[in-house]
Design a protein around this ligand. Structure first.
Ligand code: GAP
Length: 513
């Protein structure tokens, strides 16, 4: 099945099984805004727990905060977001549709890659076993011509982006004869900068109202609280502040479901270090964060680092952790060495001294910062994409199963009476009454056992137990494992011991040490 079709299936599975709904669904949704349903919220909370505990529980020197979404408007002047948090935007006059100029050009670059891949695929078919791909790519005149065109375009585009040359971006779009996918025309407006921050007003009267922003990243809530936390927590460098919270960006191009949203959630940690040690910490945090991802068991081959060549003016190193989504390797997390830019800017704009007194050297300085920043929703999407499987069973049957890591699964155990009579439902409820304090259990008595298993497979429940007539005599149940579908008879008294360890977040955390 084409990866595009797999992705479509995952999106509809998310809706059908209560993971993710379009926002305001009864009004036909709101672009790039989504709601999490009864199963989605559990999975999302488990991801957040895994991250939070890995930061705050496993590191003596990392503490958490929960800052407000609204912040003093000067925050965003100091951070540079008012002046520079922009995307280049272009409109098509015929369709009235708005696009990101950089995305139109990047799509065009990707088209050259697709053309090259097509040429290679054609040659592979023609030459069969004798085909030497590397040699073909290095010698085929058609491939070389396309590669040269691609390189020239890429270079021109990078130069224009680096220089912030909006006229040149428009010229590239015209020269490449890029058309609007809706109208099919090349009737483009000028390219303009579009600030991604949402704004609103505080104050009840028109005169007293002032413009404030919905935060586009949670990080600034940490920076402005650096002094509060350092002083009240008597924190010594190096130390970290972690936060999970909503962020808002007025994304022009919202694509790929919950990958790019206008309202999303971030898990960010700012690690304050002594100047000069930041690149060492940067390397250590890259490793720590990669380990966190890989502990989920999705396979090391599905992750890669993308080190940034072009750095923001305040950064001296930056790298993304990318995950293999059905639409290619995509950024899930960013790790940035942000120097002392943010703290210095806030010191400048607030007039407050934001420094650290180092008792070892008797000097004061502005700490440097390593940031790890991961999107909860992108993490959720990567977990879903990797876990979804349409499995072919013996006998020609198929089942849709989510191979979620047990610690992240919304429901850990489903308890099912074989029939709805003879005291079996009461026995099933008794099992749940005892186990519900330890992990999330669900009762299910509707439809055949086979259908009930399938329902639980589809939401990723790692364990099911069936209560039958023998249970009333021997106090044993049939325990069924989601991935292997194996079943075994076990005493009710042993259920907690068998299941609890495997479904707890602690089981993941232990892999990090
Ligand atoms: N404080 C640094 C910062 O915000 P970023 O690379 O802009 O850096 C960090 O964002 C992470 O937040 C990304 O790696 C991604 O996972 C998530 N993210 C950013 N924009 C997003 C969006 N529009 N929708 C969903 N997640 C987003």
């Amino acid at each position: 099945m084409a990866q595009e079709d797999v992705f479509k299936k995952i999106v509809s599975h998310c809706k059908e099984y209560g993971f993710v709904f379009p926002s305001s669904d009864i009004y036909d949704g709101l672009g790039a805004v989504y709601d999490y349903g009864q199963n989605g919220v559990e999975l999302k909370n488990n991801i957040k727990q895994y991250w939070w505990k890995s930061m705050v529980l496993l590191h003596e020197n990392i503490v958490g905060i929960d800052a407000a979404i609204f912040m003093h408007p000067t925050t965003w002047k100091a951070s540079g977001h008012v002046d520079a948090f922009n995307d280049p935007l272009i409109d098509n006059r015929d369709s009235k549709k708005r696009y990101r100029a950089d995305v139109l050009i990047e799509d065009q670059i990707a088209k050259y890659d697709e053309k090259i891949d097509k040429e290679v695929a054609k040659a592979r078919k023609r030459f069969k076993e004798q085909f030497d791909e590397a040699q073909y790519r290095a010698t085929s005149p058609r491939v070389l011509e396309l590669a040269a065109q691609r390189e020239a375009l890429h270079e021109r585009y990078s130069k224009a982006m680096n220089a912030g040359d909006l006229g040149e971006l428009r010229q590239i779009i015209l020269d490449e004869e890029i058309v609007c996918p809706i109208s099919g025309t090349r009737n483009w407006t000028e390219v303009r900068q579009f600030n991604l921050m949402f704004s609103t007003e505080v104050g009840s009267t028109a005169e007293g109202a002032s413009k404030i922003y919905l935060r586009p990243e949670t990080a600034q809530g940490i920076f402005v609280n650096y002094l509060n936390v350092q002083k009240t927590g008597r924190m010594k460098l190096p130390f970290g502040i972690a936060q999970i919270g909503k962020a808002f960006r007025n994304e022009i191009v919202a694509r790929q479901f919950i990958f790019r949203m206008r309202e999303f959630e971030q898990m960010e940690m700012q690690y304050f270090v002594k100047p000069g040690t930041e690149l060492d910490w940067f390397a250590r945090w890259k490793e720590t964060r990669m380990k966190w991802h890989q502990a989920l068991g999705f396979g090391a081959e599905n992750y890669r680092f993308h080190d940034h060549e072009k750095l923001a003016h305040y950064a001296n190193a930056a790298s993304d952790i990318e995950f293999h989504m059905p639409f290619g390797f995509k950024e899930v997390e960013g790790i940035h060495s942000r120097t002392n830019f943010d703290l210095s800017q806030h010191a400048k704009y607030s007039g407050k001294k934001i420094e650290y007194f180092d008792p070892e050297t008797n000097e004061s300085y502005t700490p440097y910062v390593i940031e790890t920043s991961i999107g909860v929703d992108r993490m959720f999407l990567s977990v879903m994409c990797h876990s979804y499987e349409e499995e072919q069973l013996e006998g020609g049957d198929t089942r849709v199963v989510l191979h979620l890591p047990a610690a992240l699964a919304p429901v850990k155990l489903a308890v099912m009476p074989l029939v709805k009579k003879d005291g079996l439902p009461e026995k099933a409820e008794e099992i749940i009454r005892n186990l519900r304090f330890h992990f999330n259990c669900k009762y299910d008595e509707k439809d055949s056992i086979g259908k009930r298993y399938r329902r639980q497979d589809a939401i990723g429940t790692p364990f099911c137990v069936t209560v039958d007539h023998d249970t009333l005599k021997d106090n044993c149940v049939t325990l069924r494992y989601r991935d292997s579908m194996k079943q075994e008879r076990v005493p009710i008294d042993s259920l907690q011991a068998i299941i609890e360890d495997q479904v707890s977040i602690t089981s993941l955390l232990k892999k990090l040490l």
